[in-house]
Design a protein around this ligand. Structure first.
Ligand code: ZN
Length: 667
């Protein structure tokens, strides 16, 4: 193919892809299958690979994220990105309308749109091309986050050709869906990273990440709501303008409505009060704005807020119930957390009987007492929290809670570091810590000991059958059959499962040790750099901290861990018992030699990386796309286009269970 022909085909492919993105993301009405769409992308990639100089910045293939950056440049907003005045009742909304009518001496139409609880951004297109993305900052100056915002899949790098929109400044909200939020937190937890408190924090943290490739991995989304000034002389209505912008390929907040008067706005408020909770993104209210650009201009702004728009906020999802008792729990790292036990209450669809009280300071701040009527709230967090106390309904029988000064499990005096809100139990042989540590050690994705769950671990520690990880590997059947509900056969199964876990690779063992801040990702890095437990245990702080992705906090934690005599003794024991202490660089077998695997969909037992590792360790290969040469396509939940392609090409498909059987046959 000549370069000229390629250039033409590339251009035509881009147009097609942009159009189908619009059908998919904006209209929710795809015309072609995912498979057909992937074909277009693949063809474009193919041509761009042959002629790399034909790759343009606005090509749909350029959404994977560029090079990491050192920081963000500042951007001046013109016009300013003002925040809005908040209202909390319909009465205040009516008052807003009365003010507007008085100033305008006219009855304005309003645009009403859902207010997404995300991060406000401004995006600029010039000559149809995306040229700038910026955070709100202080409203006057924000950060240039163009490289990060470009990775958002639903945000076109170029507006549709047929649209009359050429240059555009538009404001919107970047957010993370509830589903994606859950996925990200699950992932972070698994990797020993702190979880995000709510989807908004997750979105904000992601947008300010310095590595666009990392940003691209998180499912950021964007919806637009405001065009700050009139762009077509013949269209005075903001609503009509934004509909035109939608036809240019940008996602507008769903269900945005033009209301002829304030009565229709109030009806809209009622309509979405309940319905908003069924959406896959957090909506905390509405934005109500005067629709006519000329009227907006007449009304102008105060120094802080526009006069022509306000936000209406719905009350948060809350429930009132009685606090029966407060208990404290001790976690794996010794952290002592107070938990409120509640009369069961229904909260956004689920029954709640526990809520976190975070720490002693929070109990004092709330002045919460046992027997109080409390308001609980569910935000983005998994565990609901107590947000306030109905002090007026006290009858004098409520009791103050005295925060314990010693560990409720082992009795050690608990301590609190100057900069921390949490108390910790200092006793590393505290049964509560041992229980949670062993549970973590045995967990799926760590040492993967089948059948060793919370209840059994509790029992084993309480009965004195095990005191540490090493004890697990010394267990005999007789030790277990004495336990409650432990039959001969299940005892043997457990012992077999424990024995099998000896072969888990070194990085899993390192995660299992429960060194603070060391999760899956860090453990893999450590194995790559040090190759063995012995080398790792001798590592110096500077060497550790210098590893990209480790840093000083993790380094310090590792140094502290290996400085502890009892930890060293435990590790020595584990080595003697035959656990994996060196990186497994050679293949475990060549059982899958010359076999190529492709994975699609979510696996339930394995992470993707572990699945890949398994294939590699048996001499097989992993590919990212299906072709005639593929031997097996492993199909998980919600498989993508690769599954369809496998069927079309007649490639053998297997499920996760079959895959596991296949690879474990040789262990
Ligand atoms: Zn303790």
């Amino acid at each position: 193919m000549t370069k000229d022909k390629a250039r033409k085909e590339i251009e035509s492919l881009k147009r097609k892809i942009e159009y189908h993105n619009y059908r998919y993301y904006v209209l929710n009405e795809p015309e072609i299958s995912d498979y057909q769409f992937d074909q277009l992308i693949n063809r474009l990639k193919e041509l761009e690979a042959i002629y790399p100089d034909l790759i343009t910045k606005d090509s749909p293939t350029q959404k994977v994220g560029g090079q990491p950056i050192n920081g963000f440049k500042s951007v001046l907003h013109d016009p300013l990105m003002l925040s809005l005045d908040n209202t909390y009742s319909k009465e205040e909304v009516k008052e807003f309308d009365r003010r507007i009518q008085k100033w305008l001496d006219a009855k304005p139409a309003y645009q009403a749109s859902l207010k997404i609880d995300g991060v406000a951004v401004s995006v600029r297109y010039h000559g149809k091309k995306l040229v700038l993305g910026a955070t709100r900052g202080d409203g006057q100056t924000g950060d240039d986050i163009t490289e990060n915002i470009k990775t958002i899949r639903s945000l076109p790098l170029r507006l549709l050709e047929r649209s009359r929109v050429e240059n555009l400044e538009i404001r919107g909200e970047v957010f993370i869906s509830k589903q994606e939020f859950t996925r990200i937190n699950k992932d972070r937890k698994k990797n020993g990273k702190p979880t995000f408190a709510n989807p908004r924090n997750a979105a904000a943290g992601t947008l300010k990440h310095l590595d666009p490739q990392e940003v691209a991995k998180r499912g950021l989304e964007i919806y637009f709501h405001t065009i700050p000034y009139q762009i077509f002389v013949d269209i005075p209505s903001h609503y009509e303008t934004i509909i035109l912008v939608r036809e240019a390929g940008l996602r507008i907040i769903p269900n945005t409505r033009l209301c002829a008067d304030i009565e229709q706005v109030l009806a809209y408020i009622d309509e979405w009060a309940e319905k908003r909770t069924s959406l896959d993104f957090e909506v905390d209210g509405l934005v109500i704005s005067v629709d006519d650009f000329k009227q907006q201009e007449l009304l102008g702004t105060t120094t802080k807020v526009p006069r022509w728009a306000i936000a209406f906020k719905y009350p948060a999802v809350q429930a009132v119930t009685r606090l029966r008792d407060i208990v404290v729990q001790v976690g794996r790292t010794g952290r002592v957390t107070p938990v409120a036990l509640l009369d069961p209450a229904s909260l956004s669809g689920s029954t709640i009987s526990r809520a976190t009280l975070h720490n002693e300071d929070e109990i004092k701040r709330l002045d919460v007492r046992i027997g109080d009527s409390v308001v609980i709230e569910k935000g983005g967090e998994v565990i609901p929290k107590v947000v306030s106390v109905n002090k007026s309904s006290r009858d004098g029988t409520e009791k103050k809670f005295i925060f314990p000064r010693s560990c409720p499990v082992c009795g050690s005096k608990i301590y609190r570091l100057p900069n921390e809100a949490d108390y910790r139990c200092p006793n590393s042989s505290c049964p509560a810590q041992i229980k949670r540590a062993i549970e973590h050690f045995a967990a799926r994705g760590v040492m993967d000991i089948d059948g060793l769950g919370t209840k059994l671990v509790d029992q084993m520690v309480e009965e004195g059958v095990v005191h540490n990880f090493a004890d697990l590997y010394r267990l005999k059947k007789e030790d277990l059959t004495g336990l409650e509900r432990m039959a001969d056969k299940s005892a043997q199964n457990l012992i077999d499962a424990i024995k099998r876990s000896k072969t888990r690779p070194l990085d899993r063992l390192i995660v299992g040790l429960g060194i603070r801040h060391v999760g899956t990702h860090a453990a893999r890095l450590l194995v790559r750099y040090f190759g063995s437990m012995e080398e790792l245990s001798k590592a110096r702080f500077d060497d550790l901290a210098a590893i990209p992705g480790i840093g000083s906090v993790i380094a310090e934690s590792i140094i502290n861990f290996f400085a502890d005599e009892s930890n060293l003794a435990l590790i020595k024991e584990l080595k003697r018992l035959g656990l994996t202490f060196t990186a497994n660089r050679e293949a475990a077998s060549d059982y899958l030699k010359d076999k190529t695997f492709v994975f699609t969909g979510e696996l339930s037992e394995l992470t993707r990386q572990d699945a890949h590792q398994l294939v590699l360790s048996h001499g097989g290969k992993v590919s990212s796309s299906v072709s005639k040469k593929t031997d097996f396509v492993v199909v998980g939940k919600n498989p993508g286009s690769k599954y369809k392609k496998a069927l079309a090409l007649g490639v053998k498909t297997i499920n996760e269970g079959q895959f596991l059987k296949m690879v474990r046959r040789n262990q």
